[in-house]
Design a protein around this ligand. Sequence first.
Ligand code: ADP
Ligand code: MG
Length: 246
Amino acid sequence: TGINFDKYDDIVVEISGKNVPPAIMNFEEAEFCDSLCKNISKSGYLKPTPVQKYGIPIILAGKDLMACAQTGSGKTAAFLLPLLQHLMQDGVAASRFSEIQEPEIIIVAPTRELISQIYLEARKFAFGTCVRPVVVYGGISTGYTIREVLKGCNVLCGTPGRLLDIIGKGKVGLSKVKHLVLDEADRMLDMGFEQAMRKLVSFPNMPSKDLRQTLMFSATFPEDIQKLAADFLKSDYIFLTVGQVG
Ligand code: ADP
Ligand code: MG
């Protein structure tokens, strides 16, 4: 689609952290399970973008990650593919109706448009697997949202307010969360979601940062984002910058 790979030929990549796994040169090297491979090729992705080449092996290795890359660089697949692979590899239980859902993955983004995009990509990549993604945001009726969540939910995508809302209603338990993604973290701060993010990670049954994998994505890396990264990520997190970042 909209990706111009030519401009990536001389891209600047900066990585810091210990035990950084080597980048992959193509999707085959990631050794994704069959359904994921099928869904990647169905989506027309022929080769990974730079943030995918470096990010996928880091996330597959289970490391925490703070990644900065410009818009349109393919960050969504960079985190969705390895996280779905983790679920498939761990033999996640098939989603099914239950009055309380315990997702393994939570993905947070600041706006309805952004989270809907992520949700659609998650559905595309999870197609044909037992993994069921669900999206929650303001503007869909709470009743409908709750019914969708209760049908089964392995990957819960949401805007900060709606996520807190549905967790507060007791429909979602956090004790099985193994992976947490905070996308567009800089915009979340700009939009005043810092307290909501802090509340999410400090729910009593949310596994502590040592017991979950946390990934943060941002276009910029100002001081307030560095502080969030220090608070939310394990101390040995990997820092990845791809391209010119503001
Ligand atoms: P970002 O989150 O970095 O802004 P996205 O993940 O939204 O970028 O990706 C931007 C566009 O590029 C989307 O339309 C996506 O489907 C497409 N895309 C992502 N990775 C690839 C790839 N490896 N090959 C081709 N297109 C891709
Ligand atoms: Mg994005």
